[in-house]
Design a protein around this ligand. Structure first.
Ligand SMILES: NC(=O)c1ccc[n+]([C@@H]2O[C@H](COP(=O)([O-])OP(=O)(O)OC[C@H]3O[C@@H](n4cnc5c(N)ncnc54)[C@H](O)[C@@H]3O)[C@@H](O)[C@H]2O)c1
Length: 365
């Protein structure tokens, strides 16, 4: 069992700490944060050590750092962890700039260390059922997909939402990783992207406590339309927005094939409803999930990476996959700015499908 330490004791750390207890491939034994009081509070709550970031990086017991800091700190903390000889798994996005993302991959490879990245929802029962259906030919040959993340923004609920509007944030960098990762899990790597983007309001007002009334300056597009041409041929359309306060009734995601259509559950969740309609049929049929991990299993990607480290095999929520997603998102923005198609430089493997009927500890994959 690998010993892991979390850096970043904020909002999302609770579910990692909670789920950390159920995976037998890793044990979370310590937590650190720039804000020592946050680490101490979580340490007390979960009965683990609260350390300074420096002490965690020097701690001989810890082999794997789970980086749950804010996006603009992701690459710097990843590099610190790798330089200290630790494997690292980071929340999304993989990095803010392509250069820093590439540097993280380079250092990990040079040092023979594993690097992984969120999201890991594609390992959940909902998406794995869709992957299985597509691989089995349930919709024939995939032709295209649509994906919609329509929201009014995070300033109404998150206690400290400013980072969602800074470089590395925005609807695309915040939520796009779920959608693009799931599309890659279902359709493989991407060849070329095209995008259009806008900032609908240069300033937003926080309405959630404790910062209600404070203004946020918007640095990134808040409404982004993107097209992805996959290497295997399908074409997918992705719309991500923080500018839809009136809501939308569009599905989260659909995949279309020569033999049918698949309604894919929310890529931000692990479970959900899978619906299939074969060509010639008049009704959509609900497909029973074939895979486990259908409840909130955040941390699964890190746990699967820990199991892969122990075996010396490839892991699924990999740094290369997360970097390919990062390049896709930058490609949308670059295409919008330059008015051209952007051909991808990076590549990744379509993550291997999980076997069905896994024991929830991941020891036997
Ligand atoms: N909140 C969510 O629902 C959610 C869901 C999925 C993913 N995420 C991702 O998780 C990450 C964290 O989100 P959050 O909502 O927990 O943010 P948060 O602001 O609540 O917490 C981030 C924590 O990181 C600490 N931190 C920042 N820079 C640091 C550094 N250099 N070294 C050590 N600690 C540092 C901060 O002090 C803070 O406690 C983000 O990348 C976000 O995209 C969040």
């Amino acid at each position: 069992m690998l010993k892991a330490g979390i850096i970043g004791a904020g909002n999302i750390s609770g579910i990692y700490l909670q789920n950390g207890r159920r995976f037998e491939s890793m044990e979370i034994t310590a937590i650190a944060d720039l804000d020592r009081s946050r680490a101490e509070a979580k340490g007390l709550q979960y009965g683990i050590r609260a350390l300074s970031v420096e002490d965690m990086l020097m701690d001989a017991e810890i082999d794997l750092i789970i980086n749950l800091t804010i996006p603009k700190a992701h690459a710097a903390v990843n590099l610190q962890a790798l330089e200290a000889g630790k494997h690292v798994y980071v929340e999304k996005p993989f990095a803010v700039s392509l250069e820093e993302g590439k540097e993280v991959l380079r250092v990990a490879e040079a040092r023979g260390l594993y690097v992984g990245g969120a999201p890991d929802t594609f390992l959940g029962g909902g998406i794995q059922t869709c992957v299985k259906l597509i691989l089995e030919g349930a919709i024939g040959t995939p032709v295209g997909a649509t994906a919609f993340m329509m929201s009014g923004g995070h300033e109404s609920w998150h206690p400290d939402p400013a980072f969602y509007y800074m470089k590395g944030g925005g609807p695309l960098f915040d939520m796009g990783p779920y959608y693009i990762t799931v599309l890659i899990a279902m359709l493989g790597p991407i060849h070329r992207v095209t995008g259009a983007a806008r900032i609908s309001a240069p300033e937003r007002t926080i309405t959630s406590e404790p910062k209600a009334g404070e203004k946020i300056r918007v640095e990134v597009p808040t409404h982004v339309a993107g097209i992805m041409e996959f290497k295997a041929g399908p074409i997918a359309t992705l719309l991500t927005s923080f500018d839809i306060p009136g809501g939308s009734v569009l599905p989260r995601m659909e995949v279309y094939g020569t033999g049918g259509s698949l309604l894919v559950p929310d890529p931000n969740d692990f479970g959900g409803k899978v619906m299939l309609r074969k060509s010639g049929e008049s009704e959509w049929k609900e497909i029973e999930l074939t895979h486990g991990y259908a409840e909130n299993a955040r941390g699964l990607g890190a746990a699967e990476m820990a199991a892969a480290i122990a075996r010396g095999t490839a892991h699924r929520a990999s740094g290369r996959l997360a970097y390919h997603v990062l390049e896709t998102m930058h490609g949308f923005h670059a295409s919008a700015e330059q008015g051209v198609h952007i051909v991808m430089h990076s590549d990744c493997d379509q993550p291997a499908a999980l076997p069905a009927g896994l024991h929830p500890t991941f020891l036997h994959i």
